[in-house]
Design a protein around this ligand. Structure first.
Ligand SMILES: Nc1nc2c(c(=O)[nH]1)N[C@H]1C(S)=C(S)[C@@H](COP(=O)(O)O)O[C@H]1N2
Ligand SMILES: [Mo]
Length: 319
């Protein structure tokens, strides 16, 4: 269990009591089934934790020698535009998001469409811990210990038809608690997509937790996707629908700024965003204002694993 390695949460990042009590009630059933461990696990953990522990087994293939970003940074510096444009808005407002009950509808080009309760998704496959870099298109990055299992496990279960070429992710809308939905920067709900081979790639993680615990709301509770070789915006949070399609879906960002955001959005230091370079990045939590920026790596450092999916493609054209 990786959970002892993480720094103790600061008092300031502890969620109001009513919120975590709700979360615990909801998580206890699912986490027990998923982890096969006794529930009071969280109370035996060395640090006072506001969220339910999510037991997992570290996957040695996806560990990292890089320094893990402090949990306080990863949970207070976020993009989740449903809650506002500022980096601090998700942490401030997402506590109000209702994450229980939750279900995910799997539909479209599948032999077995259906609605999965979050408890069933949690129990579908053993939970793995994987340390992934997340690189935002804005030019910053973090290193996060995620908990989940490959999306391919779920996709195989629903039996994609021969027409299934793409997967679309649609995320939740809760207008009462999401002030960002009033903004027309994005055509809501937030939608993202992957090509079928990308969705089935072993790196693509259906993600339920981070830092040994269930996902904090601001990081996309109760379930999100993490696609580490693509810019962070491909990693849709708080997913309610997974739709398999024959045609390439139009993501929210492609729709709002087609010149700036394409369908693929692979991390690529050689293809600048029309308004800024993608050659370097700032690692969140590393030094001050004058800390040197890091060189951005091709496919965010996952080139060896994913480059073959794009052989023969002009990555400046398919940005
Ligand atoms: N539903 C939803 N998912 C989203 C976003 C969003 O605004 N709404 N922002 C994306 C962006 S731009 C990034 S960089 C990552 C940030 O994930 P993190 O806050 O967990 O680091 O979430 C992505 N997923
Ligand atoms: Mo981002």
């Amino acid at each position: 269990m990786g959970i002892y390695r993480y720094p103790k949460p600061q008092a300031t990042e502890i969620t109001p009591k009513e919120v975590w009590q709700n979360r615990r009630r909801f998580m206890s059933a699912g986490a027990m089934v998923a982890g096969g461990l006794a529930w009071p696990f969280a109370s035996s953990v060395a640090h006072a934790s506001a969220l339910a522990a999510l037991p997992s087994t570290p996957n040695p293939e996806f560990m990292s020698v890089e320094k893990i970003t402090e949990r306080v940074q990863a949970t207070t510096y976020n993009n989740f535009y449903e809650f506002g444009m500022d980096k601090s808005d998700p942490e401030r407002y997402a506590g109000q998001m209702k994450v229980s009950p939750w279900s995910v509808q799997v539909e479209g080009e599948v032999g077995k469409p259906g609605t999965y309760a979050i408890e069933d998704l949690l129990a579908l496959e053993p939970m793995q811990e994987r340390i992934y870099r997340l690189r935002c298109v804005e030019g910053w990055s973090m290193v996060i210990p995620w908990i989940g299992y490959p999306l391919s496990a779920l996709l195989s279960k629903v039996e994609p038809t021969g027409n299934a070429k793409y997967v679309e992710f649609i995320t939740d809308m809760q207008p009462e608690v999401m002030p960002g939905l009033k903004s027309s920067v994005i055509d809501w709900p937030y939608r993202e997509g992957l090509r079928m081979d990308e969705a089935m790639h072993p790196l693509t993680l259906l993600t339920f937790g981070m830092y040994g615990e269930v996902l904090p709301n601001q990081n996309g509770a109760p379930v999100r996707i993490v696609v580490p070789w693509k810019y962070g915006f491909k990693s849709a949070k708080s997913i309610v629908t997974i739709r398999l399609t024959e045609k390439q879906p139009t993501s929210s960002w492609m729709q709002s700024a087609p010149r700036e955001y394409g369908f693929y959005s692979n991390v690529n230091p050689t293809v600048p965003h029309p308004r800024w370079s993608q050659a370097t990045e700032r690692r969140i939590g590393e030094g001050g204002l004058f800390a040197p920026r890091r060189k951005t790596l091709m496919f965010n450092g996952y080139e060896e694993q994913v480059a073959s999916m794009y052989s023969g493609m002009d990555l400046a054209k398919f940005y």
